[in-house]
Design a protein around this ligand. Structure first.
Ligand code: ZN
Length: 406
Protein backbone atom coordinates (compact mmCIF):
# COMPACT_ATOMS: atom_id res chain seq x y z
CA UNK A 1 0.00 0.00 0.00
CA UNK A 2 1.23 3.51 -0.78
CA UNK A 3 0.94 4.37 2.89
CA UNK A 4 4.07 2.46 3.87
CA UNK A 5 6.56 4.90 2.41
CA UNK A 6 5.24 7.75 4.52
CA UNK A 7 5.23 5.91 7.82
CA UNK A 8 8.13 4.97 9.98
CA UNK A 9 8.30 4.04 13.60
CA UNK A 10 9.91 6.16 16.26
CA UNK A 11 9.20 9.17 18.37
CA UNK A 12 8.41 12.49 16.85
CA UNK A 13 6.81 15.20 18.87
CA UNK A 14 5.96 18.79 18.36
CA UNK A 15 4.74 21.47 20.73
CA UNK A 16 2.45 24.14 19.38
CA UNK A 17 1.26 27.47 20.74
CA UNK A 18 -2.36 27.67 21.98
CA UNK A 19 -4.90 27.81 19.19
CA UNK A 20 -7.22 30.19 21.04
CA UNK A 21 -6.77 33.43 22.95
CA UNK A 22 -8.14 33.40 26.51
CA UNK A 23 -11.56 34.89 27.32
CA UNK A 24 -11.47 38.04 29.44
CA UNK A 25 -12.62 36.33 32.62
CA UNK A 26 -14.28 33.38 34.30
CA UNK A 27 -17.47 33.97 36.27
CA UNK A 28 -17.92 32.71 39.83
CA UNK A 29 -20.13 29.91 38.46
CA UNK A 30 -17.45 28.92 36.00
CA UNK A 31 -14.74 28.89 38.66
CA UNK A 32 -16.89 26.55 40.77
CA UNK A 33 -17.80 24.30 37.84
CA UNK A 34 -14.29 23.95 36.42
CA UNK A 35 -12.33 23.86 39.70
CA UNK A 36 -10.84 20.42 38.97
CA UNK A 37 -9.36 21.83 35.77
CA UNK A 38 -8.23 25.08 37.37
CA UNK A 39 -6.07 23.33 39.96
CA UNK A 40 -4.12 21.45 37.28
CA UNK A 41 -1.07 23.70 36.82
CA UNK A 42 -0.85 23.07 33.05
CA UNK A 43 -4.47 24.09 32.51
CA UNK A 44 -5.14 26.68 35.20
CA UNK A 45 -7.38 29.71 34.85
CA UNK A 46 -5.57 30.68 31.65
CA UNK A 47 -6.27 27.33 29.97
CA UNK A 48 -9.91 27.34 31.08
CA UNK A 49 -10.34 30.85 29.66
CA UNK A 50 -9.00 29.57 26.34
CA UNK A 51 -11.52 26.71 26.37
CA UNK A 52 -14.27 29.25 27.11
CA UNK A 53 -13.26 31.24 24.05
CA UNK A 54 -12.91 28.15 21.83
CA UNK A 55 -15.19 27.26 18.96
CA UNK A 56 -15.14 23.56 18.06
CA UNK A 57 -17.16 21.84 15.34
CA UNK A 58 -17.97 18.17 15.65
CA UNK A 59 -18.71 16.54 12.29
CA UNK A 60 -21.22 13.81 13.09
CA UNK A 61 -23.11 13.15 16.32
CA UNK A 62 -22.71 9.39 16.03
CA UNK A 63 -20.28 6.87 17.51
CA UNK A 64 -17.28 9.17 17.91
CA UNK A 65 -19.25 12.41 18.07
CA UNK A 66 -21.32 11.24 21.04
CA UNK A 67 -18.54 10.85 23.63
CA UNK A 68 -16.58 13.69 22.05
CA UNK A 69 -19.43 16.19 22.36
CA UNK A 70 -20.22 15.12 25.93
CA UNK A 71 -16.64 15.66 27.09
CA UNK A 72 -16.06 18.83 25.08
CA UNK A 73 -19.20 20.26 26.68
CA UNK A 74 -18.25 19.13 30.17
CA UNK A 75 -14.76 20.59 29.68
CA UNK A 76 -16.24 24.01 29.08
CA UNK A 77 -15.59 24.58 25.37
CA UNK A 78 -17.52 27.81 24.87
CA UNK A 79 -19.05 27.16 21.46
CA UNK A 80 -19.83 23.71 20.14
CA UNK A 81 -21.09 23.19 16.59
CA UNK A 82 -22.80 19.95 15.66
CA UNK A 83 -23.30 18.92 12.06
CA UNK A 84 -25.45 15.87 11.40
CA UNK A 85 -28.46 15.35 9.14
CA UNK A 86 -29.38 11.88 10.40
CA UNK A 87 -32.07 10.91 12.92
CA UNK A 88 -31.62 8.70 15.97
CA UNK A 89 -32.29 5.01 15.33
CA UNK A 90 -32.61 2.24 17.90
CA UNK A 91 -29.47 0.54 16.55
CA UNK A 92 -27.47 3.70 17.38
CA UNK A 93 -28.03 3.38 21.12
CA UNK A 94 -25.45 0.56 21.54
CA UNK A 95 -22.69 3.19 21.20
CA UNK A 96 -24.04 6.69 20.54
CA UNK A 97 -24.43 7.51 24.20
CA UNK A 98 -25.42 11.15 23.75
CA UNK A 99 -28.85 9.92 22.56
CA UNK A 100 -31.52 8.06 24.53
CA UNK A 101 -34.65 6.01 23.93
CA UNK A 102 -36.88 9.08 23.92
CA UNK A 103 -34.72 10.57 21.13
CA UNK A 104 -35.48 7.80 18.60
CA UNK A 105 -36.68 9.45 15.40
CA UNK A 106 -35.38 12.85 16.45
CA UNK A 107 -32.62 14.65 14.46
CA UNK A 108 -29.27 13.65 15.99
CA UNK A 109 -28.01 17.25 16.06
CA UNK A 110 -31.03 18.33 18.13
CA UNK A 111 -30.87 15.33 20.44
CA UNK A 112 -27.13 15.93 21.02
CA UNK A 113 -27.74 19.63 21.68
CA UNK A 114 -30.34 18.78 24.34
CA UNK A 115 -27.89 16.43 26.12
CA UNK A 116 -25.17 19.08 26.03
CA UNK A 117 -27.48 21.69 27.56
CA UNK A 118 -28.25 19.25 30.36
CA UNK A 119 -24.54 18.72 31.09
CA UNK A 120 -23.39 22.30 30.66
CA UNK A 121 -25.83 25.14 29.99
CA UNK A 122 -22.88 27.54 29.68
CA UNK A 123 -22.01 26.05 26.28
CA UNK A 124 -23.31 27.88 23.25
CA UNK A 125 -24.53 25.09 20.94
CA UNK A 126 -24.81 25.70 17.20
CA UNK A 127 -26.89 23.16 15.32
CA UNK A 128 -26.16 22.46 11.65
CA UNK A 129 -28.96 20.03 10.79
CA UNK A 130 -27.77 19.57 7.24
CA UNK A 131 -25.64 17.40 4.97
CA UNK A 132 -22.06 18.64 4.85
CA UNK A 133 -21.26 19.18 1.18
CA UNK A 134 -18.85 21.05 -1.04
CA UNK A 135 -21.22 24.03 -1.16
CA UNK A 136 -21.42 24.60 2.60
CA UNK A 137 -18.29 23.00 4.10
CA UNK A 138 -16.04 26.04 3.82
CA UNK A 139 -18.58 28.47 5.19
CA UNK A 140 -19.33 26.18 8.15
CA UNK A 141 -15.68 25.31 8.94
CA UNK A 142 -14.69 29.00 8.78
CA UNK A 143 -16.80 29.65 11.90
CA UNK A 144 -14.65 27.36 14.07
CA UNK A 145 -11.12 27.15 15.49
CA UNK A 146 -10.91 23.39 15.37
CA UNK A 147 -12.77 20.54 13.69
CA UNK A 148 -13.33 17.14 15.23
CA UNK A 149 -14.04 14.54 12.57
CA UNK A 150 -16.37 11.78 13.68
CA UNK A 151 -17.54 10.69 10.22
CA UNK A 152 -17.76 7.08 9.18
CA UNK A 153 -17.46 7.30 5.41
CA UNK A 154 -14.53 7.99 3.12
CA UNK A 155 -16.23 10.59 0.93
CA UNK A 156 -16.91 12.92 3.88
CA UNK A 157 -13.52 12.15 5.42
CA UNK A 158 -11.63 13.33 2.32
CA UNK A 159 -13.85 16.38 2.03
CA UNK A 160 -13.27 17.30 5.70
CA UNK A 161 -9.53 16.96 5.16
CA UNK A 162 -9.50 19.00 1.97
CA UNK A 163 -11.62 21.81 3.40
CA UNK A 164 -9.51 21.92 6.57
CA UNK A 165 -6.26 22.13 4.58
CA UNK A 166 -7.63 24.77 2.20
CA UNK A 167 -8.79 26.88 5.18
CA UNK A 168 -5.64 26.23 7.22
CA UNK A 169 -7.66 24.66 10.07
CA UNK A 170 -6.41 21.86 12.30
CA UNK A 171 -8.63 18.85 12.78
CA UNK A 172 -8.68 15.82 15.01
CA UNK A 173 -9.47 12.63 13.15
CA UNK A 174 -10.63 9.30 14.48
CA UNK A 175 -11.81 6.03 13.00
CA UNK A 176 -13.22 2.85 14.46
CA UNK A 177 -13.96 -0.66 13.22
CA UNK A 178 -14.84 -3.70 15.32
CA UNK A 179 -12.01 -3.72 17.94
CA UNK A 180 -9.60 -1.39 16.16
CA UNK A 181 -9.32 2.34 16.39
CA UNK A 182 -7.07 5.06 15.00
CA UNK A 183 -6.66 8.74 15.78
CA UNK A 184 -4.46 11.59 14.65
CA UNK A 185 -4.28 15.35 14.32
CA UNK A 186 -4.01 16.65 10.78
CA UNK A 187 -2.78 20.20 10.32
CA UNK A 188 -0.99 20.84 7.05
CA UNK A 189 0.85 23.90 8.36
CA UNK A 190 2.63 21.82 10.99
CA UNK A 191 2.53 18.27 9.67
CA UNK A 192 0.89 15.82 7.30
CA UNK A 193 -2.73 15.82 6.16
CA UNK A 194 -5.01 12.80 5.79
CA UNK A 195 -4.04 12.49 2.14
CA UNK A 196 -0.36 12.26 3.10
CA UNK A 197 -1.31 9.16 5.11
CA UNK A 198 -3.96 7.79 2.76
CA UNK A 199 -3.40 9.25 -0.73
CA UNK A 200 -6.15 7.08 -2.21
CA UNK A 201 -9.39 5.80 -0.73
CA UNK A 202 -9.42 2.03 -0.24
CA UNK A 203 -10.75 0.00 -3.16
CA UNK A 204 -14.55 -0.11 -2.94
CA UNK A 205 -15.79 -3.12 -0.99
CA UNK A 206 -12.41 -3.61 0.74
CA UNK A 207 -13.16 -1.68 3.92
CA UNK A 208 -16.67 -2.26 5.23
CA UNK A 209 -18.41 0.51 7.15
CA UNK A 210 -19.45 -0.01 10.79
CA UNK A 211 -22.98 -0.64 9.50
CA UNK A 212 -21.61 -3.51 7.40
CA UNK A 213 -18.85 -4.78 9.68
CA UNK A 214 -19.87 -3.80 13.20
CA UNK A 215 -18.11 -1.92 15.98
CA UNK A 216 -17.67 -2.60 19.68
CA UNK A 217 -19.69 0.20 21.30
CA UNK A 218 -17.13 1.11 23.94
CA UNK A 219 -14.44 1.56 21.28
CA UNK A 220 -16.19 4.85 20.42
CA UNK A 221 -15.36 6.13 23.91
CA UNK A 222 -11.73 4.98 23.66
CA UNK A 223 -11.13 6.84 20.41
CA UNK A 224 -13.57 9.72 21.00
CA UNK A 225 -11.85 10.54 24.28
CA UNK A 226 -8.43 10.56 22.57
CA UNK A 227 -9.88 13.05 20.10
CA UNK A 228 -11.16 15.31 22.88
CA UNK A 229 -7.84 15.01 24.68
CA UNK A 230 -6.06 16.20 21.54
CA UNK A 231 -8.60 18.99 21.00
CA UNK A 232 -8.03 20.33 24.53
CA UNK A 233 -4.26 20.18 24.08
CA UNK A 234 -4.43 22.12 20.82
CA UNK A 235 -6.85 24.74 22.15
CA UNK A 236 -4.82 25.40 25.28
CA UNK A 237 -1.34 24.78 23.85
CA UNK A 238 -0.32 22.10 26.34
CA UNK A 239 1.50 18.81 25.79
CA UNK A 240 2.49 17.30 22.49
CA UNK A 241 -0.38 16.92 20.04
CA UNK A 242 -0.70 13.93 17.69
CA UNK A 243 0.50 16.02 14.76
CA UNK A 244 2.58 13.76 12.51
CA UNK A 245 1.72 10.72 14.57
CA UNK A 246 -0.95 8.08 14.16
CA UNK A 247 -2.34 6.43 17.28
CA UNK A 248 -3.34 2.83 16.63
CA UNK A 249 -5.43 1.13 19.30
CA UNK A 250 -6.20 -2.60 19.51
CA UNK A 251 -8.88 -3.29 22.11
CA UNK A 252 -8.39 -7.06 22.06
CA UNK A 253 -4.64 -6.88 22.70
CA UNK A 254 -5.17 -3.70 24.75
CA UNK A 255 -2.30 -2.01 22.98
CA UNK A 256 -1.70 1.58 21.92
CA UNK A 257 0.97 2.18 19.30
CA UNK A 258 2.15 5.49 17.93
CA UNK A 259 3.37 5.53 14.35
CA UNK A 260 5.19 8.47 12.85
CA UNK A 261 3.50 9.88 9.76
CA UNK A 262 5.56 12.09 7.49
CA UNK A 263 4.29 14.89 5.37
CA UNK A 264 4.29 13.56 1.81
CA UNK A 265 6.23 15.97 -0.43
CA UNK A 266 4.14 14.64 -3.33
CA UNK A 267 0.78 15.07 -1.58
CA UNK A 268 -1.67 16.41 -4.17
CA UNK A 269 -3.17 18.73 -1.56
CA UNK A 270 -0.43 19.88 0.82
CA UNK A 271 2.72 18.83 -1.09
CA UNK A 272 5.27 21.09 -2.76
CA UNK A 273 3.61 20.85 -6.16
CA UNK A 274 0.03 20.45 -5.06
CA UNK A 275 -2.41 19.95 -7.91
CA UNK A 276 -5.57 19.95 -5.85
CA UNK A 277 -6.20 23.62 -5.15
CA UNK A 278 -9.94 23.48 -4.61
CA UNK A 279 -12.47 20.98 -3.30
CA UNK A 280 -13.15 18.05 -5.61
CA UNK A 281 -16.31 18.06 -7.71
CA UNK A 282 -17.63 14.78 -6.41
CA UNK A 283 -16.27 12.99 -3.34
CA UNK A 284 -18.71 10.09 -3.66
CA UNK A 285 -17.37 9.49 -7.11
CA UNK A 286 -13.74 9.74 -5.91
CA UNK A 287 -14.36 7.13 -3.22
CA UNK A 288 -16.58 5.04 -5.49
CA UNK A 289 -19.55 3.18 -4.11
CA UNK A 290 -18.48 0.08 -6.05
CA UNK A 291 -15.48 -0.81 -8.23
CA UNK A 292 -15.50 -0.38 -11.98
CA UNK A 293 -15.62 -4.19 -12.40
CA UNK A 294 -18.66 -4.38 -10.13
CA UNK A 295 -20.34 -1.49 -11.90
CA UNK A 296 -19.91 -3.33 -15.20
CA UNK A 297 -20.98 -6.68 -13.75
CA UNK A 298 -24.34 -5.42 -12.49
CA UNK A 299 -25.48 -4.03 -15.86
CA UNK A 300 -28.38 -6.25 -17.02
CA UNK A 301 -27.65 -8.54 -14.06
CA UNK A 302 -29.59 -6.84 -11.29
CA UNK A 303 -32.98 -7.85 -9.96
CA UNK A 304 -35.14 -6.21 -7.30
CA UNK A 305 -36.25 -7.87 -4.07
CA UNK A 306 -39.77 -8.01 -5.53
CA UNK A 307 -38.48 -9.86 -8.59
CA UNK A 308 -36.64 -12.34 -6.37
CA UNK A 309 -39.90 -12.98 -4.51
CA UNK A 310 -41.71 -13.54 -7.82
CA UNK A 311 -39.03 -16.01 -8.93
CA UNK A 312 -39.33 -17.88 -5.65
CA UNK A 313 -43.14 -17.93 -5.78
CA UNK A 314 -42.99 -19.23 -9.36
CA UNK A 315 -40.57 -21.98 -8.25
CA UNK A 316 -37.93 -20.79 -10.67
CA UNK A 317 -34.83 -22.97 -10.44
CA UNK A 318 -32.50 -20.56 -8.67
CA UNK A 319 -29.62 -20.85 -6.18
CA UNK A 320 -29.79 -17.93 -3.77
CA UNK A 321 -26.46 -17.04 -2.15
CA UNK A 322 -26.05 -14.76 0.86
CA UNK A 323 -22.54 -13.32 0.52
CA UNK A 324 -22.58 -11.60 3.93
CA UNK A 325 -20.74 -12.84 7.03
CA UNK A 326 -22.08 -15.68 9.25
CA UNK A 327 -23.07 -13.30 12.08
CA UNK A 328 -25.20 -11.26 9.70
CA UNK A 329 -26.85 -14.40 8.29
CA UNK A 330 -27.67 -15.33 11.87
CA UNK A 331 -29.44 -12.00 12.53
CA UNK A 332 -31.68 -11.96 9.48
CA UNK A 333 -31.87 -14.01 6.30
CA UNK A 334 -33.89 -14.20 3.13
CA UNK A 335 -35.72 -17.56 3.12
CA UNK A 336 -33.99 -20.18 0.98
CA UNK A 337 -30.58 -18.51 0.96
CA UNK A 338 -27.27 -20.33 1.35
CA UNK A 339 -24.45 -18.56 3.15
CA UNK A 340 -21.20 -18.22 1.20
CA UNK A 341 -19.24 -15.14 2.42
CA UNK A 342 -17.96 -12.81 -0.28
CA UNK A 343 -14.32 -13.53 0.57
CA UNK A 344 -14.74 -17.19 -0.40
CA UNK A 345 -16.20 -16.21 -3.76
CA UNK A 346 -13.51 -13.61 -4.50
CA UNK A 347 -10.73 -16.07 -3.55
CA UNK A 348 -12.29 -18.72 -5.77
CA UNK A 349 -12.48 -21.16 -2.84
CA UNK A 350 -16.29 -21.42 -2.98
CA UNK A 351 -16.75 -21.72 -6.72
CA UNK A 352 -16.98 -25.51 -6.54
CA UNK A 353 -19.94 -25.22 -4.18
CA UNK A 354 -21.99 -23.42 -6.80
CA UNK A 355 -24.29 -25.40 -9.10
CA UNK A 356 -23.63 -25.05 -12.84
CA UNK A 357 -27.22 -25.80 -13.86
CA UNK A 358 -29.09 -23.18 -11.83
CA UNK A 359 -29.54 -19.46 -12.04
CA UNK A 360 -27.32 -18.00 -9.32
CA UNK A 361 -28.71 -15.04 -7.38
CA UNK A 362 -26.39 -13.19 -4.99
CA UNK A 363 -27.39 -10.84 -2.23
CA UNK A 364 -25.75 -9.01 0.68
CA UNK A 365 -26.97 -6.29 3.06
CA UNK A 366 -27.18 -3.33 0.72
CA UNK A 367 -25.99 -4.53 -2.69
CA UNK A 368 -22.34 -3.40 -2.61
CA UNK A 369 -20.68 -6.67 -1.59
CA UNK A 370 -22.96 -8.73 -3.84
CA UNK A 371 -21.96 -6.52 -6.79
CA UNK A 372 -18.28 -7.21 -6.06
CA UNK A 373 -18.97 -10.95 -5.73
CA UNK A 374 -20.97 -10.85 -8.96
CA UNK A 375 -17.98 -9.42 -10.82
CA UNK A 376 -15.84 -12.33 -9.56
CA UNK A 377 -18.48 -14.90 -10.50
CA UNK A 378 -18.89 -13.53 -14.00
CA UNK A 379 -15.13 -13.54 -14.46
CA UNK A 380 -15.18 -17.21 -13.40
CA UNK A 381 -17.67 -18.05 -16.12
CA UNK A 382 -21.04 -17.81 -14.36
CA UNK A 383 -22.37 -15.58 -17.11
CA UNK A 384 -26.06 -15.51 -16.13
CA UNK A 385 -25.57 -14.83 -12.40
CA UNK A 386 -27.45 -11.82 -11.01
CA UNK A 387 -27.54 -9.87 -7.76
CA UNK A 388 -30.33 -8.31 -5.72
CA UNK A 389 -30.37 -4.54 -5.70
CA UNK A 390 -30.46 -3.18 -2.14
CA UNK A 391 -29.95 -6.66 -0.64
CA UNK A 392 -31.56 -7.67 2.64
CA UNK A 393 -32.52 -4.06 3.39
CA UNK A 394 -34.69 -3.94 0.25
CA UNK A 395 -36.15 -7.36 1.04
CA UNK A 396 -37.23 -6.09 4.45
CA UNK A 397 -38.71 -2.91 2.98
CA UNK A 398 -40.46 -4.44 -0.01
CA UNK A 399 -41.32 -7.97 1.10
CA UNK A 400 -41.20 -8.55 4.86
CA UNK A 401 -41.11 -5.52 7.18
CA UNK A 402 -41.44 -7.84 10.20
CA UNK A 403 -37.78 -8.87 9.83
CA UNK A 404 -35.23 -6.96 11.96
CA UNK A 405 -33.27 -4.26 10.19
CA UNK A 406 -29.71 -4.20 11.48
ZN1 ZN B 1 -1.03 16.12 2.55
Amino acid sequence: MAVACHIDPGEFTVSLPPLVEPAAELTVDEIRRYSRHLIIPDVGVEGQKRLKNARVLCVGAGGLGSPALLYLAAAGVGTLGIIDFDTVDESNLQRQIIHGVSDIGRPKAESAAASIREINPLVDVVIHNTVLDRENVREIFAQYDLILDGTDNFATRYMVNDAAVLLGKPYVWGSIYRFDGQASVFWAEHGPCYRCLYPEPPPPGMVPSCAEGGVLGVLCASIGSIQVNEAIKLLTGIGEPLVGRLMVYDALEMSYRKIKVRKDPNCVLCGENATLTDLMEDYEDFCGAVSVEAQEAVVDATITAAELKEWQDADKDIFLVDVREPAEHEIVRIPGSTLIPKGEIISGEALAKLPQDKQIVLHCKSGVRSAEALAALKAAGFRDAVHVQGGVLSWIKQIDPSLPEY
